[in-house]
Design a protein around this ligand. Structure first.
Ligand code: FAQ
Length: 334
């Protein structure tokens, strides 16, 4: 129960006796559900783990705009286009809240963006798959935002104040995103046989990446034990994956679509669905940069950053000018 590591990436948890007085006091606060705020003392490993997770989460929201952005000019109606535009803008906002939450831990936005652009920082594997048809926009909302909500609702109760508070609004917006995705799937599933087939094809391609998005199996999750101890994570990867499957199977049945897993079946004894093994080799390959769209996604972010350099330079020049004006005014008053 009382245990923690100093560094991230180490799987052995220390016993309470091995902790320093400050670490023990810190763990007691966590165990008593007292939030940690940026200026509070914290073990270096806690700070590093939060910077890693929050910045990767932020990068995921930012890169996550790209697959859907691909369909903004091709949405099938003005209404669908407006909804999609609003959703993609929400994702940008989520990225910005998350970068701000990470900045409270002493890392700068430039450092985080540099880590993304040089391929050092990860972002969610799911955004390395292509959006080939309009149905994929439905599948992303339904399955990807659906997964994101299941993961993020517990984070509203995590131990670090700025991360927990950022998640409250993010989750409200993700709920709308999930509903709009389900609505697209519903419209297609009730449409012509070709439209229903398009929805089925999209489910076939997005199901397994959505299952893997929850992270590796618990036995391969190097960070989970320590993150759970620190209440940065409140559930394990497998627990959240199971929750997602249990919630989504009845929704697929309602749509009249078939989940592409021959091993999927209700288990009366456990009260959960049993499911087949995802292709973990594919998951690790995507993490190493060898997914279908890794290169394209990263290049799009690097290009956007480079093309936006003049805006950042203009903002700095304007701020300098304003500061110079203020200091002239102050010296004139004096
Ligand atoms: N993709 O030890 P664990 C969204 C890495 S937001 C890539 O289990 P952990 C909204 C992991 O970083 C989606 N890498 O790691 C939206 C670690 O490597 P590291 C993002 C992954 O951190 C919707 C290694 O594998 N959500 O979708 C993935 O305890 C639609 C070992 O794994 C969040 O970030 C993966 N899927 O658990 C936007 C939520 N899984 O860093 C647009 C917050 C694992 O040691 C459109 N994050 N890895 O080098 C979390 O809950 C956790 O970080 C997990 C991973 C559960 C993602």
């Amino acid at each position: 129960m009382y245990a923690q590591n100093v560094d991230t990436g180490v799987t052995r948890l220390r016993s309470k006796d091995e902790l320093s007085d400050a670490e023990r006091e810190f763990q007691d606060r966590i165990d008593n559900d007292i939030r940690i705020e940026p200026k509070d003392w914290m073990p270096e490993g806690y700070r590093k783990t939060l910077i890693r997770q929050i910045s990767q989460h932020a990068h995921s929201e930012i890169v996550g705009q790209l697959p859907e952005g691909n369909w903004l000019t091709r949405a099938p109606s003005l209404k669908r286009k407006l909804i999609l535009l609003a959703k993609v803008q929400d994702e940008a906002g989520h990225g910005l809240y998350l970068y701000s939450a990470a900045e409270t831990l002493g890392v700068s936005r430039d450092e985080m963006q540099d880590a993304l652009h040089t391929g050092k920082a990860k972002y969610s594997s799911i955004f390395n798959y292509p959006t080939l048809t309009w149905a994929d926009i439905g599948a992303i909302g339904w399955l990807v935002d659906g997964s994101a909500i299941i993961n993020q609702v517990p984070i509203c109760r995590c131990s670090f104040g700025p991360y927990a508070r950022a998640m409250v609004r993010v989750c409200k917006e993700e709920s709308f995103h999930q509903r709009q995705g389900f609505d697209i799937m519903m419209t297609l599933a009730q449409g012509t046989p070709e439209q229903k087939q398009m929805a089925q094809d999209s489910l076939n391609r997005w199901w397994w990446p959505s299952i893997m998005m929850h992270g590796p199996r618990d036995e391969d999750s190097v960070n989970s034990a320590q993150s759970m101890e620190w209440k940065i994570k409140l559930f394990t990867n497998d627990e959240l994956r199971q929750k997602f499957i249990d919630q989504t199977v009845p929704q697929a049945e309602y749509l009249g679509l078939t989940i592409p897993d021959p091993d999927l079946k209700w288990n009366e004894e456990t009260g959960h669905y049993d499911y087949g093994e995802p292709n973990w080799d594919e998951f690790w390959q995507v993490l190493k940069g060898h997914g279908p769209c890794n290169r394209e996604r990263l290049q799009a972010r690097v290009d956007a950053h480079e093309n936006g350099a003049w805006v950042r330079e203009a903002a700095v020049a304007y701020a300098d000018k304003q500061a110079a004006k203020r200091s002239t005014a102050v010296s004139q008053v004096a």
